[in-house]
Design a protein around this ligand. Structure first.
Ligand code: BJW
Ligand code: ZN
Length: 306
């Protein structure tokens, strides 16, 4: 465990600002906690249940093969939620950091499109796990890079309904209310091969991330030493994302900065001299932490166009 003296240094905003102002090559690794203040649930811990299913268990090719209707409803609901959500000050702060620091690159595991809607420069953003708004064929190479139809098809309409009684859970989310069975024939099919189902363009467990994107990230890390890695709102439980902070570390130079609602004793114990840990809501912390570089950030959203 870090001693109380070093704990004070690890969470010192003035020391962090000093390091930030000297940092040009900055990497961020973001997760679901970044979008929590936008009202989108995280995967693990509270909020990680969808009906009586673990969200993580639905994010697999096996779950889709076993029950494509159920998995499509889960994703249709997440599309609807993400479309109704708005980027929060954390998304806008990272987007502004990208404009102010050309040497900044943001790797995000989030599939909700909120970085894009916060106008994060696209050449400084890698969406590790794809997007809820990309559709692809389960089998052939057909892809629709951006589709925001909501509902996507009549069978998925229950996922796009507003709550008739906000004092009660949405019927779709109440495990006590049975789901209408969705037949495969009612789900969206590939317009090219015609026979196969469409699926969300996200990366499920056991699937490869986009290889060109992984090569770009490797090249970026290898190019020159990294001054700072911001690890924001992620449990760092999923690879390869979880490995990038240590992968980018040059001993004695790189500060790894954890910004998370909860920092465990184990996390504090793993931090090294020059690292930082800030415990709290990323939407409040990031604007304050990045202020010396980004100033006061006013969020202006990118228009959604179908
Ligand atoms: C706040 C907050 C607030 C809350 N402010 N903070 C090496 C070792 C072992 C295993 C592997 C390995 N390499 C690869 C693997 C296998 C596997 C893996 O990592 N398994 C682990 C379980 C160990 N990885 C893969 O399969 C990946 N593919 C791959 O590597 O291919 C090659 C290969 C395959 C097989 C073997 C070896 C190599 C693909 C991973 C795909 C992950 N997909 C998902 C679903 C995406 C689609 C969707 O969104 O539905 O991605 S799973 C889910 O987890 C989702 C997330 O992006 C991801 C990470 O979750 P995240 O974002 O960290 O969320 P949470 O909920 O876990 O944490 C939220 C955090 O926020 C918490 O810490 C809160 O405290 C905090 N928080 N509110 C700040 N307001
Ligand atoms: Zn197809």
């Amino acid at each position: 465990m870090a001693s109380s003296a070093s704990r004070a240094a690890l969470s010192s905003i003035p020391l962090f600002h000093e390091k930030l102002l000297k940092s040009n090559r900055i990497l961020a690794v973001c997760g679901a906690g970044l979008s929590a203040a936008s009202g989108l649930p995280t995967f693990r811990g509270a909020g990680g249940l969808w009906r009586n299913h673990n969200a993580v268990d639905l994010a697999t090719p096996e779950a889709f093969d076993a029950d494509p209707g159920l998995v499509w409803l889960f994703y249709a609901y997440r599309r609807h939620m993400a479309l109704t959500a708005k980027p929060n000050p954390a998304h806008y702060s990272l987007a502004e950091l990208a404009r102010k620091r050309p040497g900044f690159k943001c790797l995000s595991q989030n599939v909700d499109n909120l970085h894009v809607r916060a106008n994060h420069p696209s050449d400084q953003l890698s969406l590790l796990h794809g997007s809820l708004f990309t559709l692809k064929c389960t089998t052939c190479s057909w892809k629709d890079p951006y589709n925001i139809a909501d509902p996507l098809c009549p069978a998925l309409a229950p996922a796009a309904e507003s709550n008739p009684d906000p004092t009660k859970p949405l019927p779709l989310l109440d495990p006590a209310q049975p789901l209408a069975e969705i037949r495969e024939s009612e789900l969206p099919h590939c317009p090219d091969c015609k026979t196969e189902l469409q699926r969300p363009g996200v990366v499920w467990f056991g699937e490869m991330l986009d290889e060109d994107m992984l090569d770009d990230i490797e090249e970026w890390i290898e190019k020159e030493p990294v001054d700072m890695v911001l690890v924001v709102g992620t449990s760092s439980a999923v690879y390869p994302a979880a490995g990038y902070a240590e992968r980018a570390r040059t001993k004695g130079r790189t500060s790894v900065v954890t910004v998370n609602l909860e920092i465990t004793e184990e996390d504090w114990g793993r931090m090294r001299k020059g690292d930082f840990g800030f415990e709290g809501d990323a939407s409040l912390l990031l604007p304050e932490l990045l202020r010396p570089v980004i100033g006061e950030v006013k969020g202006e959203e990118e228009e959604l166009e179908g």
